[in-house]
Design a protein around this ligand. Structure first.
Ligand SMILES: Cc1cc2nc3c(=O)[nH]c(=O)nc-3n(C[C@H](O)[C@H](O)[C@H](O)COP(=O)(O)OP(=O)(O)OC[C@H]3O[C@@H](n4cnc5c(N)ncnc54)[C@H](O)[C@@H]3O)c2cc1C
Length: 423
């Protein structure tokens, strides 16, 4: 039997999984700019690799691929248990922490090594330090235009491929090789691409609350777009110079990026004490106010509630909101204390932008659903597939984006090779 020849462009999480799936039934060549596969994978989860989450991933995604139903169909075929079973069959031991799955070794390298080992077993040919510059289709076959980074030399690869899987990632963390080349290939073949924007990143705010006084606080946050509630999140807020950060902010950043790109207004409302309701906080602050002496600074109202640094930031914000910049020291009435309690549970900050791609974990936007079949092949170019982060689907923190990389890679890999039986 003559096996199909398949090229996979990009040896990230989705490219490796696509190569492994396709190699069940085809001869696979895998190209990457880097000298080793999985350059970005090694950095995931702070080097520990949160590769899956116990929750249903579907509600954790945005973008046209999610809205169209393509994403839910793919996750139905490759749900959490299927992916765990697959990694077990590859020889990976894993464990669960706070709802996320990690390699038992807590080392991203061990998961990467497992994938590299399976690729070797399946005789995937890895071509390191090669940048694919172009894809040409002649009749039913594809030819690649290659740039050899080590030798600084361009060449046309004479090998005809029956199918090409583009797994070039998005534009996030470009130092790992993901510089948006897949969008360029897609547009060259007439596919539609939603503007790529940074996601899972910090937000920017002009509010002076975000000064050099770096603080962390356990909060819940709501995102409002054009003053309508859009999404909520909770966790550790990092108050940094120029804007908020932390995982609860990362999870809202993709929605904020899309809205700001459309010229809509964005703000967040932070509840600095989600565990207390307004009445409980009001009574607590009343008791605290009785103890403040004439010589104590206003921030002493929050002694034992917030860290010193956070108390100072919150006092400054309250003074601007309630007292036109004057200190509220010595003028605290019951009704002002109630206003303070309300504001601590609903403090608004305008959002003016997001962090750049260099410090973002994923890309929002990419190749849209209207150009693709449910098996991730291009509607207008038979044999051309796209997988992973280059697609218009971005998920929350917690292992969801890697679940998408595995599931979309398996879908494209099996479909490209024409496999009937899938593992
Ligand atoms: C710091 C960080 C931490 C993260 N942590 C997590 C986490 O814990 N859990 C989670 O679920 N997600 C995490 N993510 C997100 C997750 O890593 C990505 O969504 C996922 O790796 C995307 O996989 P991919 O294969 O689509 O793309 P990528 O991993 O970006 O791989 C694309 C590959 O294509 C190659 N390439 C690009 N263009 C070309 C070309 N023209 N020719 C040849 N090769 C090319 C690149 O060199 C790269 O190796 C994290 C991301 C970052 C940056």
């Amino acid at each position: 039997m003559i096996l199909k020849k398949i090229a996979v462009i990009g040896a990230g999480a989705s490219g490796m999984m696509a190569a492994i799936a396709a190699a069940e039934n085809a001869r696979v060549s895998l190209f990457d700019k880097n000298d080793i596969p999985g350059r970005k994978l090694l950095q995931t989860g702070n080097g520990k690799c949160n590769f899956l989450n116990e929750s249903d991933p579907v509600p954790h995604f945005r973008g046209s691929i999610a809205d169209s139903g393509i994403l839910s169909g793919i996750f139905e075929s490759y749900d959490r248990d299927r992916i765990l079973g697959l990694f077990s069959s590859f020889g990976l031991l894993y464990h669960k922490k706070n709802g996320g799955y990690y390699p038992r070794s807590d080392s991203a390298a061990s998961l990467n090594d497992v994938l590299i080992g399976v690729m070797k077993e399946r005789e995937v040919i890895f071509h390191p330090q090669i940048q694919v510059k172009g894809i040409e289709k002649k009749g039913d076959q594809f030819f690649l235009d290659l740039f050899h980074l080590k030798h600084n030399k361009r060449s046309k690869d004479e090998t005809p491929f029956d199918a090409v899987i583009v797994a070039t990632g998005g534009k996030a963390a470009p130092k790992t090789g993901s510089t948006g080349d897949g969008y360029y290939f897609a547009e060259g073949f007439g596919l539609s691409v939603a503007k790529p924007l940074p996601a899972l990143t910090r937000l920017l705010s002009p509010d002076p609350f975000f000064n050099d006084n770096t603080v962390r606080a356990s909060v819940s946050v709501k995102l409002f777009i054009d003053d309508s509630f859009t999404a909520a999140s909770q966790g550790e807020l990092q108050v940094n110079a120029g804007g908020p950060s932390g995982i609860c902010i990362f999870d809202l950043s993709g929605r904020a990026a899309r809205a700001l790109n459309e010229g809509r207004s964005c703000r967040i409302s932070v509840d600095f004490l989600p565990e207390l309701d307004v009445e409980e906080l009001f009574s607590l602050l009343l008791r605290k106010a009785e103890r403040i002496g004439a010589e104590d600074p206003p921030s002493s109202l929050f002694n034992g509630i917030f860290s010193d640094r956070l108390s100072v930031n919150i006092c400054e914000k309250l003074e601007n909101l309630l007292f036109k910049g004057r200190s509220f020291h010595g003028i605290l009435s019951d009704s002002l204390i109630r206003d303070i309690a309300v504001l601590i549970k609903d403090m608004s900050f305008d959002i003016s932008g997001t962090g750049e791609f260099a410090i973002s974990q994923v890309t929002s936007g990419g190749i849209t659903a209207e150009s693709l079949n449910p098996d991730l092949s291009a509607k207008n170019v038979p044999g051309l597939f796209f997988t992973g982060e280059c697609l218009d689907a971005d998920g929350d923190c917690g292992g969801f984006n890697l679940h998408w990389a595995w599931a979309s890679g398996l879908t494209a890999g099996f479909a490209a090779s024409g496999a009937v039986v899938c593992f």
